[in-house]
Design a protein around this ligand. Structure first.
Ligand SMILES: Nc1nc2c(c(=O)[nH]1)N[C@H]1C(S)=C(S)[C@@H](COP(=O)(O)OP(=O)(O)OC[C@H]3O[C@@H](n4cnc5c(=O)[nH]c(N)nc54)[C@H](O)[C@@H]3O)O[C@H]1N2
Ligand SMILES: Nc1nc2c(c(=O)[nH]1)N[C@H]1C(S)=C(S)[C@@H](COP(=O)(O)OP(=O)(O)OC[C@H]3O[C@@H](n4cnc5c(=O)[nH]c(N)nc54)[C@H](O)[C@@H]3O)O[C@H]1N2
Ligand code: SF4
Ligand SMILES: [Mo]
Length: 685
């Protein structure tokens, strides 16, 4: 970088997966400002408070700058050469003794916004020969992707603009800044909002309907809405006739799921269920926005997702503006290498691993604690903090402490890093080349960005390519990482997308890689029947109900374990409430953000608080049969009575995954039950 001169580089924020476009000012070899890109179609010149804190994050005094090795009594600074050589020798030894599958990888949510981390991890994994790759994919949004793929043949996704947003366990004001902006703009033009949430989130005050629901029971409500749409003939009969398979079987199947039946389970009034079914079916271009993962992290996850897909189908709002739309696919060069074997969980949860011969490379995270050390003896964690973010921290931590080798590659000394044998410093997203991608999980926006480096990596931190290439060399397969620089790798990756590297660079920020199209041309649903599969043979063949059903959370007032647990843990717990100011465990160390959210809040309603002798801001202990956390009570009228809502992402005594249970699994894809558990709350001593 030339010192002195001022320049602007264009990048994409990786502080959460929305990947907003940024303009970065560099002066004297230092970043002096990061602002939102005016021309960017997603964030339109704005950044959320996290993005606005990028400078503090980049130059945080706690950034890791040297490789560290755990020794008696603390950490020793070592050179990269020593780190690579010792880790490489250890990995090769373990491979020889136990086979390559003894090594597993974990990539966090950062792997969604930092495409390089995931693709290079997969490449290293292939080079080493292990199928065991774990990530947030087995706890976050992959379930919704797979259920939609099994229903529509491809992943159809919500749009930013809609005349009716059904926010079903989704609070964009906290978790989806770009969508929150779009909703605010569209509401001025007449768009309506419906909120279904155990908490009266702020936007519910302006909503057409607000429905308080017991956590973990949304599937029952969705089934009752299907019942109403069919029995009141509200559905789009022409669309259903032309484009769906199995509707005739759905009709008798849903007769059991009456609104009155659902009211008993969900606490949502039967008449409100009817009213919403009518509103939804009567609004062209309406969309269910069911949260990126809220609905997946419960006992009925896959079937609830299927019920949503069928509801969306019955209204005919598929491939219409505002509905669920199949956008153009981003084609990047596949840099993965073939891997023998299947990841952990492929046999137990077959639909998570494959259907119609389409496989996915992700292992089931819930099975990790029981698999160490018999099946897994070494872990490389790149860009994640699983000891805080994955289910059952107590069990996972004990398991990780049994590992022969734990390597963490991160920018900060996370809780997971503190358990590692080696901690290796990663460069920041402003310190290397990368790609940013906006189609991602929940917005139909086919936009691709280039992240141009603004400054050199801090201290001895390395970019992901440098990290894996160095380790590959030490393991003896360095030739499989032939790229001389990140820039070269990115240019190769981007080539098949239709936007070459130089076009992207010249675009100053990014460009559309495809056109959004609507309507149904050709064979729009690449399923075996060529239609939307209301009746799923894929589910049936794997031994699951081919039509959506309802399963009560295992630990709930109406669940199978109530008799055993109810007396001690009488309240319903949902974990993972987002706050706008942090992302997962990240950014909790940023001073300017701490002032907005200084402590972890356990939210409860006033009557529940009174019943348990708790006042607002009291220190409280929330406890389950798996463990306890210490938080501060946030007693508010907005939270449904009988329910406790806690955030995720806090380390130590406020880590909510001390409350969760790796054995409590959604039966089809093995997901954790994070919404809909049982807990107790009391004032802390
Ligand atoms: N109980 C409960 N638990 C939950 C949830 C819940 O709702 N309830 N939500 C879950 C969900 S949906 C998700 S996605 C997960 C998130 O789980 P994780 O992805 O494990 O959580 P993060 O805190 O985002 O961890 C990211 C880590 O990557 C590091 N990092 C950031 N940028 C880089 C980089 O460029 N390179 C490298 N090498 N490291 C980097 C950060 O410093 C941080 O330590 O949490 C899950 N945990
Ligand atoms: N600022 C910030 N943004 C984030 C994240 C973050 O940590 N911080 N994490 C990112 C990640 S990894 C993800 S996956 C997404 C997650 O985001 P989503 O899955 O879209 O979830 P949220 O938008 O947090 O909304 C959750 C809402 O659901 C409600 N809720 C809880 N349990 C239930 C239930 O059982 N049923 C219903 N109907 N509602 C319920 C909560 O009260 C809350 O208001 O957010 C992403 N965005
Ligand atoms: S919404 Fe996410 S990507 Fe956008 S500025 Fe905030 S943290 Fe960055
Ligand atoms: Mo997530």
């Amino acid at each position: 970088m030339t010192d002195g001169a001022e320049k602007t580089v264009y990048s994409a924020c990786t502080l959460c997966y929305h990947s907003c476009g940024t303009e970065v000012t560099v002066k004297g070899g230092k970043v002096t400002e990061v602002k939102g890109q005016q021309s960017h179609p997603l964030n339109k010149g704005k950044l959320c408070p996290k993005g606005r804190a990028t400078l503090e994050h980049l130059y945080h005094p706690d950034r890791l700058t040297h490789p560290l090795k755990k020794v008696e009594g603390g950490w020793e600074k070592i050179s990269w050469e020593q780190a690579f050589s010792e880790i490489g020798t250890k990995l090769n030894g373990l491979k020889e003794q136990y086979g390559p599958e003894t090594l597993a990888f974990f990539c966090g949510s950062i792997g969604v916004e930092n495409l390089e981390i995931v693709s290079l991890t997969h490449r290293f994994q292939g080079a080493f020969g292990t199928p065991n790759f774990f990530s947030v994919e087995s706890i976050c949004f992959r379930m919704r992707v797979r259920t939609r793929q099994m229903t529509f043949g491809k992943y159809v996704v919500e749009e930013l603009d809609s005349p009716l947003y059904i926010l079903w366990g989704h609070n964009p004001a906290a978790s989806d800044f770009p969508l929150a902006m779009a909703i605010a703009e569209n509401m001025k033009k007449g768009s309506k909002v419906v909120v279904i949430d155990p908490r009266r989130i702020a936007i519910a005050d302006k909503a057409e309907m607000y429905l308080a629901i017991r956590p973990g029971t949304d599937g029952a409500m969705a089934l009752a809405m299907i019942n109403v749409m069919i029995n009141e003939k509200l559905y789009d009969a022409e669309f259903v006739e032309k484009w769906t398979y199995g509707f005739d079987k759905l009709v008798p199947h849903v007769q059991q799921y009456t609104p009155e039946w659902a009211e008993q389970i969900t606490s949502v009034k039967a008449d409100d269920i009817r009213k919403l079914a009518r509103l939804f079916a009567g609004t062209k271009g309406a969309g269910i926005y069911h949260g990126t993962c809220t609905q997946d992290q419960c006992a009925n996850g896959s079937q609830t997702d299927r019920a949503f897909a069928i509801l969306q189908t019955l209204t005919g709002n598929i491939n219409v503006p505002g509905g669920w739309v199949a956008g153009p696919r981003l084609r990047l060069a596949d840099i993965t290498l073939p891997i023998p074997g299947v990841p952990l969980g492929a046999d137990e949860y077959p639909l998570f691993h494959q259907f119609w011969g389409r496989t996915s490379p992700y292992g089931v995270m819930n099975m990790v604690p029981e698999s160490i050390p018999d099946k897994i003896k070494a872990f490389i964690v790149a860009g994640g903090n699983p000891l805080v973010t994955m289910p059952d921290s107590n069990a996972l931590q004990e398991a990780f402490d049994r590992l022969d080798l734990l390597v963490v590659y991160d920018q900060f000394m996370s809780e997971t890093a503190r358990h590692a044998h080696y901690v290796l410093p990663s460069a920041h997203h402003l310190e290397g080349w990368g790609l940013g991608y906006n189609y991602n999980v929940c917005h139909n926006l086919p936009y691709l960005m280039l992240r141009e480096p603004a400054v050199e990596p801090l201290g001895e931190s390395k970019t992901t390519l440098e990290f894996y290439a160095g380790l590959a060399e030490a393991c003896g397969f360095g030739e499989l990482f032939p790229w001389k620089s990140d820039k070269e790798l990115i240019a190769d990756e981007v080539a098949p997308s239709g936007l070459d590297f130089h076009t992207l660079l010249a675009s100053k920020g990014g460009a559309l890689f495809g056109e959004k199209t609507y309507g149904l041309q050709g064979r729009p649903f690449p399923t075996p029947s060529g239609k939307i599969e209301i009746y799923s043979h894929a589910f049936e063949e794997a031994g699951f109900d081919p039509l959506p059903t309802y399963l009560e959370p295992f630990k709930s007032p109406q669940g199978p374990r109530w008799e055993e647990l109810g007396e001690r843990y009488p309240l319903v717990l949902a974990t993972g409430t987002r706050t706008l100011y942090y992302n997962g465990t990240q950014l909790h160390n940023i001073q300017s953000l701490q002032k907005f959210e200084p402590f972890p809040r356990a939210e409860i309603g006033p009557q529940t608080a009174a019943a348990f002798g708790i006042a607002h801001k009291d220190d409280v202990i929330v406890e389950t049969d798996r463990g306890w956390v210490r938080m501060k009570a946030d007693v508010n009228e907005r939270t449904m009575e009988g329910v406790v809502l806690v955030p995720h992402g806090w380390e130590g005594e406020a880590n909510c995954n001390r409350l969760t249970d790796a054995q409590c699994r959604e039966p089809i894809m093995g997901y954790p039950q994070w919404k809909g558990l049982l807990c107790a709350i009391r004032k802390a001593e």
